[in-house]
Design a protein around this ligand. Sequence first.
Ligand code: RAM
Length: 362
Amino acid sequence: MNNFMARRTVSALVVIIPLTILTAACGSENKDPESAVPTNPTTAERGYPLDPIKKGLTIAFVPKQLGKSLYFAAASEGGREVVEKLGSTFKQVGTSDSTDTAGQVKYINQLTDEGVDAIVVSAQDPDALCGALKHAMDKGIRVVTYDSDTRPECRNAFVSPADPDQLTFPLIHSLAQQIDYKGDIAILSAAKSATNQNNWIKYMKEDLKHDPSYADIKLITVAYGDDNADKSYRLTGSLLKKYPNLKAIIAPTSVGINAAAQYLSQSPFKGKVKLTGLGTPNTMREYVKDGTVESFELWDPTELGKLAAWTAESLASGQITGRDGQGFRAMDGQLFVLGTNGVTNLGDPTVFTIKNIDKYNF
Ligand code: RAM
């Protein structure tokens, strides 16, 4: 078993989410040990139905970037819809610069002083927010990270968009096919401290290192565009200039891939230097149609925001505390179970190509 397969097997064992198969079995007492909710102290102690979701809560979203990002705007709309439907108040604060960790800390402290019931944050850095978030939790505020995590002890639960293997494997695989399994590639990332991008980069590096079919592909550099469109656009130009043999760019950021696609589509490198990564179909459609990009991925950010809001509501209502194995119902009644370190995954990402891109509108 190669390293990739080993990682994939382990992650398949620990992340069992969403448990759609169990949904039908959980409306009443579960007699069949085979289909019992696995290691779920909350549900085992209390049985179903869980305590009701409380009304009148205040749930505050703190995106990594506010105002400039369609991705986070969509996630917040999903969060708002759920919170308001459940009879609570949604609020949102944040910085427009995805590297402004001091700004994120300031907003978290402000929300703690206000005494909100839950903070839902996409962290710009795994460590920098920890003091402020721990202070919030000490005051009884529930903390959910979504999209980009902190260290596990700095929050109650993390809502991840996808299992990192499920997300990075198709990116590397499709890019390798496009460049005929050989040549120099570069990564155009977001902020240097971003937990989510750094984690995905780690997985991609491991795949490149351990899968023999990628032996002739060389990752020559990782550049950081800070989820700033202008900076990412300029960096794309610099990469092409500095590395004349560059065959492909992977941009695991919705801002980065869009800026790189814009640059490539207007340059002689269009279609020659391949591009993939994570982006929203609405912003990437024209670049798929004009031949700049063959495929890229994403999850629906609105759904991510909804699941993050449900997780916050479940925590703030006392249904879960963030312990591994606890289950809660979200979205359209699906059972979600917290995996190792309180992580829950939204699901598998979608791969967009010319064949399916018109079916998506986000
Ligand atoms: C950008 C942000 C975000 C990431 C998406 C794919 O919008 O960096 O954190 O998840 O890209």
